[in-house]
Design a protein around this ligand. Structure first.
Ligand code: SAM
Length: 333
């Protein structure tokens, strides 16, 4: 095979450095980052976490530029790798949501531990950290968070803050949640936002209208407001600790007896993070494809996907994998 792009219609995989492709990819709803760990885990993975932050920064910068408030980013790494890179996410406008622990269980180290020479306990975990891209609002040369912008806009109307309760039809929840300055602040649901916006634009000072507008021409609609935060489809019974053995059996891609890629991620966990953070037809990015488990999951869940893989041999294995599942996925009638 000599082609550098695989395209199934819904999934595209590129051979090369992901940095060369971001500009041409549509905006993502989900980004799954499973790149270098700093443990020499695969060809090209640096031997230590020193320098990981610098390595990731150009990628994180591009992800920030191309993401929207609906985007969720899942960052797989070791605990210390993540700790090293976390400040770069913050620097580029990502907000930390949750750290998930993949507990691979004793099966991951069984038979490989020599207690006499070990100076630490065996590690059977990786982290998968959820970040969201919160919107910021440019006002008078300053960048305001959503919490600040809501207060700023309501203050401009000249209507007292206490009035928001009546507008939303609640006793004291609206001022306490949607307009508080403290950590108890809560994103107004679309219905509440619509009531707030309509009241402001009907009763607020005429000179300042429109209120709650981004383009200065018309206020945000209920539908536009719904797109102002990352998608999240809660799954009952799932916590931030994911107990799942390393990939094995039929799922593990092998060349003879040898695993093709030591970092192949479990399909079940990959599907779960995509389901949590997107809907059908949304776009999933997998910049460090490996065997492109994210693309396999995206395809099976009716999402679109784009991926990159820098290593030609691995790219070709990923393409074969996607070609196989494309054959298995029934064509629409
Ligand atoms: C941890 S593995 C991904 C494993 C994948 N999640 C899976 O389930 O198969 C990381 C992959 O990223 C690739 N890679 C590293 N740097 C890259 C870059 N700049 N652009 C594209 N791929 C890259 C490596 O060759 C490696 O195969």
């Amino acid at each position: 095979m000599s082609k550098n792009i695989f395209d199934s219609g819904s999934i595209r995989i590129y051979h090369g450095d992901a940095l060369n492709f971001y500009n041409n990819w549509d905006d993502p709803t989900v980004i799954i980052s499973d790149g270098p760990y700093g443990i020499s885990g695969f060809p090209g993975d640096p031997p230590s976490h020193d320098g990981l932050a610098e390595w990731y920064e150009p990628h994180i910068k591009k992800w920030s530029e191309k993401s929207t408030p609906e985007t969720t980013l899942w960052f797989w790494n070791t605990e210390v790798g993540w700790a090293t890179v976390h400040p770069i996410f913050i620097k580029h406008g990502w907000k930390y949501r949750c750290c998930h622990i993949w507990d691979k269980g004793m099966g991951h180290v069984a038979g490989n531990v020599n207690g006499k020479s070990m100076r630490k306990l065996p590690v059977v975990t990786e982290v998968c950290v959820q970040y969201v891209k919160e919107p910021s609002f440019d006002v008078d040369g300053k960048s305001l968070s959503m919490k600040e912008w809501l207060r700023y806009e309501w203050a401009r109307t000249g209507i007292p803050f206490s009035k928001t309760n009546e507008v939303c039809g609640v006793i004291d929840a609206a001022t306490r949640k949607y307009f508080t300055k403290c950590h108890l602040w809560y994103f107004p649901p679309a219905e509440a936002f619509e009531k707030i916006q309509k009241h402001a634009n009907t009763h607020g000072k005429i000179a300042g209208r429109p209120y709650f507008s981004i383009d200065g021409k018309k206020p945000l609609s209920k539908q536009e407001w719904e797109k102002m935060r990352a998608k999240f489809n809660f799954i009952h019974g799932v916590t931030n600790v994911w107990t799942e053995p390393p990939v094995n059996g039929k799922e593990r891609l092998k060349n003879g007896l040898k695993s093709i890629h030591l970092n192949q991620k479990p399909l079940r966990l990959t599907k779960m993070i995509i389901e949590l953070s997107s809907d059908k037809s949304d776009l999933v990015w997998e910049p460090f494809g490996g065997l492109c488990t994210g693309m396999v999951a995206a395809e099976s869940l009716g999402r679109h996907g784009v991926a990159a893989e820098i290593n030609k041999e691995i790219f070709e294995h990923a393409v074969n994998r996607l070609e196989d599942i494309s054959i298995e996925v029934p064509l629409p009638l």
